[in-house]
Design a protein around this ligand. Structure first.
Ligand code: PMP
Length: 338
């Protein structure tokens, strides 16, 4: 048995039970481990779907160029699909991103244009503006725009949602996922609520993002927007893929709580995952503590892999510099021998 190309291995990721971090919480907590995708993230699913839908619509033709402003996971998914289908990729990134991320995308054949971070989004030098300009100037180019492209949530409605439903044999009662573009949460939520309207959906948001307040007040509050470090979730805009009617409640998680829980996932569950995974698990478990009952089944999405965070949250000195590491976590064999 073999696959015709690496993109055929996208999807059908495993669901794994938490055994330690959920101690004292009723019900069963399962995590969907999206790093099993070939690009090591949940974004492979929507990258493939955005490209295939553009092909069907005649927007992307053979020999075309895919242009997107992306710092990582979406770029990887687009690059892998582009290789399989013979397209060129150009990604614009802001210069606050690590050299590693740029190198990874170049490793899979993408061209990366690095743009200054400290300019407004509508400045012609920003990575949004440069992507748009390249799209205008390069013939037969396609700008997917993952925020407003509805193929994004459709990918999760067609794959992630049905996988979770069948893997739990319809027993899922609660679904939790971080919300960035909203594609994962809203695509899965739509599918699950169609199967069983009682399924409760919990969106994980960051401090510094507008989602939770907007859900509760219907007002876009600029005061909610300030810088934060967690990557991939929270926004200062309202993407079209976020359908608030499909998200029952939001919880916010701090950078520190997300980072600490990510390290615990690696050490206590053997799940070497990315920062937003810790945020999702921290937020979901905190909520579950007060709400989950015996017999309930909660599924939490873990979007990506730990390698991309080795120089940040998996680096003790970085954690210490940011005040994220408790002193007791520092004891090493050396300390004990001394
Ligand atoms: N976590 C990570 C690491 C991501 O890259 C993303 C994508 N922005 C998300 C979570 C959130 O997924 P979505 O965009 O589907 O809301």
């Amino acid at each position: 048995m073999y696959y015709n190309s690496i993109v055929e291995t996208i999807g059908n990721t495993p669901l794994v039970k938490l055994n330690k971090l959920n101690r004292g919480i009723a019900g069963t907590i399962l995590v969907k481990v999206e790093y099993f995708n070939p690009g090591n993230s949940v974004k492979d699913r929507m990258a493939l779907k955005m490209i295939e839908d553009a092909e069907k619509a005649g927007i992307l033709k053979p020999g075309g160029t895919i242009i997107e402003g992306t710092s990582g996971n979406t770029g990887m998914g687009l690059a892998l699909t582009a290789i399989a289908k013979g397209y060129r990729c150009i990604f614009t990134m802001s210069d606050k991103q690590s050299q590693e991320k740029i190198n990874i995308l170049r490793a899979v054949g993408a061209e990366v244009v690095v743009c200054p971070t400290n300019v407004a989004p509508d400045d012609p030098r920003s990575y949004y503006s440069v992507a748009r300009k390249l799209n205008q100037d390069i013939p037969n180019s396609f700008y997917p725009n993952q925020y407003d492209n509805m193929s994004n949530s459709a990918a999760h409605y067609e794959t992630t949602g049905p996988e979770i439903w069948s893997q739990t044999e319809g027993r899922i009662t609660h679904f939790a996922a971080g919300v960035g573009t909203g594609g994962t949460m809203c695509g899965v939520a739509k599918y699950l609520k169609e199967q069983n309207p009682e399924v409760f959906t919990l969106g994980i948001d960051t401090y510094g993002s507008v989602f939770k307040k907007y859900k509760e007040t219907n007002v876009f509050d600029e005061n909610e927007v300030y810088p934060y470090m967690t990557e991939g979730i929270g926004e200062d805009i309202l993407p079209k893929n976020v359908d608030f009617s499909l998200i029952d409640e939001f919880v916010k998680v701090t950078d520190k709580d997300g980072a600490v829980m990510t390290r615990r996932l690696a050490r206590e569950e053997g799940l070497f995952v990315g920062w937003s995974c810790g945020s999702a698990v921290h937020g979901a478990l905190e909520w579950a503590q007060d709400h989950l009952k015996e017999g309930d089944t909660m599924v939490i999405i873990l979007p990506d892999h730990g390698t991309r965070y080795l120089n940040k949250i998996y680096n003790d000195n970085w954690m210490k510099d940011h005040g994220f590491l408790e002193a007791r976590e520092f004891s090493t064999a050396k300390d004990i021998i001394r």
